[in-house]
Design a protein around this ligand. Structure first.
Ligand code: PMP
Length: 414
């Protein structure tokens, strides 16, 4: 079964013997996705939205179909739509600008915006920098304070008692933006209490789904967030494209982000008027070929959802056991819900040395802070090595990792 799965990924025959354990950074691309990208570039390479000729209309239809699929993959909400962006990071920059802009008129959707108390944004110490830095850029100058949910030494949310009540005594949280799944520990956080709080207080509830989109799409839907951000390239797709999914009426009331062609209704010397969402957020030519590939990636991920889920479970149980027995420190094992993304530390060995020595064994892992410096502080380490598995990985890959760790320990006499 695993052999059949691998047969669909040209990476494996092109890199014989390589154990790829870095899917949390980017997933491998199946043949159908590569074919869709080639189809556009080779045979349908025309621009969208501007042409009156049939080829352009056909390309436009393809892109609009992908838009619908990308929204439906993470949302059951009526009126959901997807804005194409460069990826999760770009989606957060758009959101951080527009949700703190005085030009957005979203009080009717989010009553927290009517409060006279100082405004706040709630993040966690477990967030990727993509879900921290854009908020910081706008927060101070637009009068928002940022609060962080603290995290324990294993990566679990660890808010003190009455955390939300205490914040609410002095501030109104207008925006809650949290990652459903950590790219460092693989923990799938329980966001339900924060979702409930947002619903009760009228705050905007946003999910960073960069990791969860492939491991837990149904959980994203069940939480019914106001906005979801994810990238195509971690979901079998190409780099350079992602989405911001939200409800069209809300997006229609949000301030524009970038200006240019494709987003305007009328341009005059003094001012311009804009199209409705999602077009008003899509200035300039889109990554059309990559959007074609995104469509194929969504189909592939949809068709393989149960296989992804069952491989996640199998590999997690097997790798949990083997890694725990390997005499290393593994983060996140105490969490109730996880998928097989492992950050670990070989005591006395720097993560970069671990990564380099594993590479000598043809094992690809990531080493560093994984764009999560606040989380590294909570875990009490400057960096970790990270092995992330996806459904084309096998128990043999776990065994190879364990052997590789043994080799690193031997070299360092640990
Ligand atoms: N959030 C999380 C949880 C991630 O894992 C990543 C990618 N490592 C991002 C955001 C940013 O995604 P991208 O680099 O595709 O914009």
């Amino acid at each position: 079964m695993q052999k059949d799965i691998r047969a669909g990924f040209p990476f494996f025959p092109a890199n014989p013997g390589i154990v790829y354990l870095d899917s949390a950074a980017t997933s491998l691309k199946p043949q159908g996705v590569i074919d869709a990208l080639t189809k556009y570039n080779a045979r349908e390479s025309v621009n969208i939205h501007r042409g009156v000729y049939r080829l352009s209309q056909r390309a436009t239809d393809t892109v609009e179909t992908v838009r619908k699929k990308a929204a439906e993959f993470v949302s059951d909400a009526a009126e959901s739509t997807a804005v194409f962006t460069k990826g999760t990071t770009d989606s957060f920059n758009l959101l951080a600008h527009t949700l703190t802009s005085a030009k957005s008129d979203i009080k009717d959707f989010f009553p927290a915006y009517t409060s006279a108390k100082p405004a706040a944004i709630l993040l966690s110490d477990s967030e990727h920098h993509a879900n921290i830095v854009p908020w910081q850029i706008f927060a101070a100058e637009r009068g928002y304070k940022i609060f962080f949910i603290p995290v324990d030494g294993d990566g679990n949310f660890a808010p003190p008692e009455n955390f939300l009540e205490d914040i609410s005594a002095s501030h109104t949280v207008r925006i809650i933006s949290l990652s459903l799944q950590s790219n460092v520990t693989g923990i799938i956080h329980d966001l339900a209490p924060y979702r409930t709080f947002a619903a009760e207080t009228g705050a905007v509830f946003i999910i960073d789904a960069a990791q969860a989109v492939i491991h837990a799409p149904e959980t994203i839907k069940a939480l019914n967030p106001d906005f979801v951000c994810y990238s195509a390239h971690k979901l079998f797709g190409a780099t350079g494209v992602g989405v911001l999914v939200g409800r069209k009426p809300v997006l229609d009331n949000c301030d524009v982000y970038q200006g240019g062609g494709g987003m305007i209704a009328l341009v005059e010397r003094e001012k311009s008027t804009y199209l409705e969402a999602p077009a008003k957020f899509e200035a300039g030519t889109q990554a059309v070929g990559e959007i074609y590939a995104f469509g194929a990636a969504l189909d592939f991920a949809g068709e393989n959802q149960s296989a992804i889920h069952s491989t996640d479970n199998d590999l997690r149980h097997y790798a949990d056991e083997r890694l725990q027995a390997a005499g290393i420190r593994v983060f996140g094992l105490s969490a109730k819900s996880r998928s097989p993304i492992y950050s670990f530390e070989i005591p006395g060995v720097h993560a970069h040395d671990t990564g380099t020595l594993l590479d000598e064994q043809d094992i690809c892992v990531r080493a560093g802070h994984h764009c999560c410096q606040l989380l590294m502080r909570s875990l009490g380490v400057p960096a970790t090595a990270r092995a992330s598995f996806l459904f084309y990985n096998t128990r043999d890959d776990v065994d190879r990792l364990i052997d590789g760790i043994g080799y690193v320990k031997k070299i360092f006499r640990k």
